[in-house]
Design a protein around this ligand. Structure first.
Ligand SMILES: [Zn+2]
Length: 632
């Protein structure tokens, strides 16, 4: 019961801008939330405002790390930091120096910021505004001070006017004193403890309001002896690192340090650094080796070797398995009890996001203002399929596992209340603020099945010579040459050169409500597509709309719910055994499974009292597609 309470509340709280993730953590077991790209969007209905993925960035001036030869192999270096300190002239427009400061209970960050003042003797400064869910980040910032005769006046919130002598260097400093205990759970909030920290760029970087678009900054870390490890998206070591990137890239960057265990390896001669913080059941050596296999292996598959360095952060966070692609790497949060299969899946998924959408974002050029949900079937669904495909390709998962994942997609989709929702309808749900996690997960299911179908079509068409990766490598190449985006039409052209009618499939399945059907041979000759007989879910009211409205909606006359006594508009307190479309991969098994042999329970509140209604939602049996090994 308690679990359901959480879900109902969270769905209703969407209207109050309260993130579903912030409620979900109260529920029972670890859940896979996917990535930030997805979750903030899905659960806080800020999609039009939040830009998930930045354009590619270049490191302007990079010190090649001078690592001992032994470091070419994977090394485990606990509490030890490999530095490659070479002085770089301060030529960045803004120079940041970050120093972790140990307080009694938590690590604070002291940030010094220096920039050349503008001629007009007044500069606008914006303290960090977080894109990952921390409201009014500036509330956690203390001791903002200006040096050298500059004068600070607060305009409002975290915005300041800095008065200074014209054409002078201005120096500011501030301290970030984030306290997760006081802030409460935020899936992607800063991770701060007595001996470690992890911040996204938008959680620590103040910026000049005059700087729009791509900008150049210099970042340097000041680490005291014994302050532990350090990792960042700006370079290997404490810097200074001069980086030119977009606002989004800076927002989607990470700095982390303290009690992280680090390992450094190489892919094609370029450093890959892994940082782990937390007390995981999986041994560090397994995490390090999986990161290396997945990061290097996927790069081989995408033939992408020119990233200067790559940093992967793995940080403990209760009851969460989620991540985000960041500048030159990705970051993952996971529960201490995460098992190896879940870790593989998380790492592979986040790594694929390095390309889709971070390097190649699919857009509809004729709809420049459309929310990203229109192409999320690709960004999330194909990422999901490609992560499965590459895990199997690398021998890290079996084909039987792939078949299970596919069967799960088929089954959940068969029960999904929005299974055939069109892209226009989903866009409308975003614009009207009724886009929920259920809408969101649809993209993973439908996209993964489309990915599977196209992969198989390409293999058939080319007589086994090509796979889905071949056109997608071309997509990445073209997008790189055009600022990180690729138009849907061009995407379709590339796929059509491999025998796939991508645009036709998108139109049919995502715009014209034709259900996605998979080919009997989609998993290869050793699997065949059969079906299983499962009861349909017929509770006699619209569960998805009811969750959204917080009141019984769409009640059918004489349906099971009505016969049990439910009435339209009754205020919902609790639901149990009522969402067969939610997968076991994202929520606790108890919520995820609709057990047709158990009653569905609805608890409502009326006249200050609670009333419980229980009834069977079991409908007529129907055939649901399912792959089985041909040998069976
Ligand atoms: Zn994702």
């Amino acid at each position: 019961m308690g679990q359901w309470q959480g879900l109902v509340k969270s769905q209703r709280s969407l209207r109050g801008h309260l993130a579903e993730v912030s409620i979900q953590f109260k529920l029972g077991t670890p859940r896979r939330l996917g990535c930030i790209a997805t979750n903030l969007a899905a659960e806080t209905r800020v999609i039009p405002r939040v830009h998930f993925w930045g354009r590619s960035a270049e490191t302007v001036s990079r010190r090649p790390p001078t690592l001992p030869r032994a470091m070419n192999n994977l090394l485990l270096i606990a509490g030890f930091f490999l530095s490659a300190v070479v002085a770089v002239p301060a030529t960045g427009q803004v120079r940041y120096t970050v120093e972790p400061v140990q307080t009694n209970s938590l690590i604070h960050l002291r940030v010094e910021m220096a920039f050349s003042a503008e001629a007009n003797s007044e500069t606008r400064l914006a303290l960090p505004e977080d894109r990952f869910g921390v409201g009014e980040m500036h509330r956690w910032i203390r001791n903002l001070e200006a040096e050298g005769g500059a004068d600070l006046t607060r305009i409002e919130g975290g915005r300041y006017r800095v008065r200074h002598r014209p054409n002078n260097e201005v120096r500011l400093s501030y301290e970030i004193a984030y306290d997760p205990g006081e802030a409460g759970f935020l899936a992607f909030g800063p991770s701060v403890g007595p001996d470690h920290f992890h911040f996204f760029g938008s959680q620590w970087m103040a910026r000049l309001e005059s700087q729009q678009g791509r900008r150049e900054v210099e970042v340097q870390f000041r680490m005291k002896d014994g302050s532990g490890a350090l990792g960042s998206s700006f370079g290997i070591g404490p810097g200074p690192h001069l980086v030119r990137a977009s606002d989004y890239d800076f927002d989607y960057s990470v700095i982390a340090g303290g009690r992280y265990r680090t390992a450094q390896g190489r892919c094609h001669g370029r450093p890959v650094e892994t940082m782990i913080q937390g007390d995981f059941e999986i041994p560090d050596s397994t995490v390090f080796s999986l990161v290396r296999k997945i990061v290097c292996g996927q790069r081989e598959l995408f033939e992408d070797f020119d990233r200067p360095f790559f940093t992967v952060f793995v940080t403990e966070r209760d009851r969460l398995q989620a991540g985000a692609p960041v500048l030159h790497g990705f970051t993952a949060f996971m529960d201490a009890a995460t098992d190896e299969a879940e870790l593989r899946r998380l790492l592979a998924h986040e790594m694929i996001h390095t390309w889709f959408p971070r390097t190649a974002r699919l857009v509809e050029p004729e709809r420049p203002d459309a929310p990203e949900t229109r192409t999320r079937w690709f960004h999330e669904g194909f990422t999901e399929y490609l992560s499965r495909m590459t895990l199997v390709g690398q021998g890290l998962e079996t084909r039987a596992w792939m078949a299970e994942r596919t069967n799960e997609d088929l089954e959940r989709l068969a029960y999904h209340p929005h299974a055939t929702a069109t892209l226009d309808e989903l866009e409308e749900a975003v614009r009207e603020g009724r886009y929920t996690n259920s809408h969101h997960r649809l993209h993973y299911r439908r996209g993964a099945l489309l990915g599977l179908c196209w992969d198989q079509q390409i293999r058939d068409w080319s007589g086994g010579k090509h796979t889905l990766l071949d056109p997608l490598r071309e997509v990445v190449r073209e997008a790189r040459a055009s600022g990180g985006v690729i138009g849907l039409d061009r995407f379709g052209q590339i796929l059509s050169q491999y025998g796939v009618d991508a645009l036709g499939d998108v139109r049919r399945h995502l715009e014209e409500r034709v259900p996605i059907t998979v080919d009997a041979e989609a998993l290869g000759a050793d699997y065949h597509l059969g079906s299983r007989r499962l009861p349909s879910f017929e509770p006699g009211f619209d569960v998805a709309a009811t969750l959204w409205n917080g009141a019984v909606t769409g009640l059918q006359e004489n349906g099971p719910a009505a016969r049990a006594g439910l009435r339209e508009g009754m205020k919902i307190v609790n639901l149990e055994n009522a969402t067969p479309w939610i997968g076991t991969d994202i929520v606790s098994p108890r919520i995820g499974r609709w057990d047709p042999d158990e009653v569905t329970v609805v608890v409502v509140e009326a006249d200050g009292r609670r009333h419980r209604f229980a009834f069977s939602a079991r409908g007529p049996v129907r055939e649901i597609p399912m792959f089985r090994p041909s040998s069976e």
